[in-house]
Design a protein around this ligand. Structure first.
Ligand code: ADP
Length: 433
């Protein structure tokens, strides 16, 4: 797996603690200029870093409105309380547990909240579904409406409290972390505000994908969170076959989530510089992609038995992007083939040290004058009267070709209306560079 972008920045000093490291990472993107596009991609970069950091360093996240009712909690809370995170939305923050008295003045949240000030590491006792109590350290910062500056609520983090008497060094580490996270929250707000103040001139291909990624990840996290929750058995015992289904749902959700993150990365990095170049076994890639389309194929009664047997060879590319391209092409082949048709896949040697993976179908085909256009963003061939109308938005092929080219390959098509289509994904043969 390629390391996240922030891990690939220059090495931190050996003696740097976690808080210092976070602050350094954030400082990496701190300088602000007034170029809209740079501001947009910087916000996206900061958001992605911020999310990665938070996910790896805190137990859960929360946000409230001005009445301190929850507008967001991250899914780990659900596991703790045995309730889906969505059920908690709209309830008071204090319905999750209670602040316990004591601590320094900045650890007393009630006073801080009344004064709309940040609070740090306030002890918060929660009782989980198994009646076991746990104390978390809650930190929160107020946020304010753009324009009016009116108080809009609090956002913050929760970290499981350390054992009763932490060593001074551990305590310092936690405090440094809380400081850095608070700084991260404020920093992100500042960048978001800067972006909002810019005229809307950001390049179309960049901002919508970043926004789309956000929109997609919200329901995806619900899919992953709910399947996790169900698999954990909080609602009672689960039959092995249901557990299998849930694991497949979770895996598919996680795959999509990785994909969304990657598309987001690809949109941000002009030439897809963030894609990995790993040796990939084509048969394995195909098997993975096929598993994700078995269900739609069954539902439409499409024979996909010829997807896979002829796949052989090793290519160089990014595992997630390559799987995604194959999933897109197989999904399309199934979507645009009438019931009873077939979809297959074979490999063949291509020019210039490339391997070609051909996904063919016996579907409706594509008119010659449309074949170049289908690779442009948001373009869909208009169905002929009485013809097959499939759901879609016209993004899949544009993204797939961009990803294929970013990996040193290409994506092309040959097709005859009424005779089916052959989509050809070319990727560099492993060791051919
Ligand atoms: P979507 O399927 O969401 O519309 P795509 O970018 O994947 O978006 O495809 C763009 C268009 O290309 C589709 O709307 C469809 O008209 C056409 N198309 C793609 N794959 C096939 C195929 N296998 N057979 C026929 N038409 C296809």
């Amino acid at each position: 797996m390629r390391p996240p972008e922030w891990e690939r920045t220059t090495e931190p000093p050996q003696d740097e603690n976690l808080g210092g490291r976070i602050a350094r990472i954030l400082a990496d993107v701190a300088p602000v200029d007034h170029d809209t596009r740079t501001a947009a991609s910087r916000v996206a970069t900061v958001s992605a870093r911020y999310e990665d950091l938070l996910r790896s360093t805190v137990d859960w996240l929360w946000e409230t409105d001005a009445d301190l009712s929850l507008t967001f909690v991250s899914s780990p809370v659900a596991l703790k309380l045995g309730l889906p995170a969505q059920v908690l939305i709209g309830r008071p923050l204090t319905s999750l547990g209670e602040f316990t008295p004591g601590g320094r003045p900045d650890q007393q949240p009630e006073a801080a909240i009344r004064a709309r000030r940040p609070f740090r590491m306030a002890a918060f006792a929660m009782t989980g579904s198994g009646e076991r109590q746990a104390t978390y350290h809650l930190s929160g910062v107020p946020y304010f409406e753009d324009g009016s500056g009116r108080f809009a609520g609090y956002r913050g983090t929760a970290i499981l409290a350390p054992p009763p008497k932490p060593k001074a060094s551990a305590d310092n580490e936690l405090r440094a972390l809380a400081d850095a996270l608070e700084e991260a929250l404020l920093h992100q707000q500042q960048l978001s505000a800067e972006l909002a103040a810019q005229p809307a001139e950001a390049p179309l291909h960049e901002v919508p994908l970043a926004q789309m990624a956000h929109e997609l990840r919200t329901p995806l996290n619900a899919i992953i969170g709910y399947s996790d929750l169900a698999l954990s058995g909080v609602y009672g015992p689960l039959g092995e076959r249901y557990a299998d289904c849930l694991r497949t749902i979770r895996e598919a959700g996680q795959h999509l989530d990785r994909l969304v993150v990657q598309m987001h990365d690809t949109a941000k990095s002009e030439e897809g510089r963030l894609l990995a170049a790993e040796v990939l076994d084509v048969a394995e890639l195909v098997a993975k992609a096929k598993a994700l389309v078995v269900l739609p194929a069954q539902e439409s009664d499409i024979d996909i038995s010829r997807v896979g047997p002829m796949a052989a060879g090793q290519v160089t590319g990014d595992p997630v992007a390559s799987t995604q391209i194959l999933v897109n092409l197989l999904t399309n082949a199934i979507k645009y083939t009438p019931t009873g048709g077939s979809v297959g896949l074979e490999t063949q040697a291509g020019p210039n040290g490339q391997l070609q993976i051909v996904i063919w179908d016996t579907g409706i085909g594509i008119p010659p004058d449309e074949q170049a256009k289908i690779f442009t963003t948001a373009y869909r061939v208009q169905p002929v009267a009485g013809g097959l109308v499939a759901p879609g938005h016209g993004f899949g092929l544009a993204i797939s070709r961009e990803l294929a080219r970013a990996m040193g390959g290409d994506l092309t098509v040959s097709s005859q209306p009424g005779q089916g289509s052959r989509f050809i994904l070319s990727l560099p043969l492993a060791g051919s560079a």
